[in-house]
Design a protein around this ligand. Structure first.
Ligand SMILES: [Zn+2]
Length: 88
């Protein structure tokens, strides 16, 4: 699986030891932030949600939004579903 930085989407990631909980720690060579890979339950950063909100207003297709925002199509669909209930 290809790792990418959750903050800047850079693919220039280096391994940076493990956390005290034994998880693989990574460091981004571009923005120098550290993060722990956790593909099972990856929290979507607020900045990504804001981006998705903007793209939804542009009436982009969900597939395109997922690609641009770097999230799974599945996630976009469930996100839209949860929003449409509140907006209507
Ligand atoms: Zn980065």
């Amino acid at each position: 699986m290809e790792q990418e930085c959750p903050y800047c989407k850079s693919k220039r990631i280096i391994k940076n030891g493990t956390t005290r909980h034994g998880k693989q720690n990574h460091k981004c060579k571009d923005c120098h932030r550290q993060f722990v890979s956790n593909p099972r339950n990856q929290p979507i950063p607020v900045s990504t949600k804001q981006l998705v909100d903007k793209l939804l207003l542009e009436r982009m297709s969900l597939r395109a939004i997922a690609r641009v925002a770097g999230v799974s199509l599945q996630w976009v669909q469930s996100y839209v579903n949860s929003k449409s209930r509140t907006i209507e």
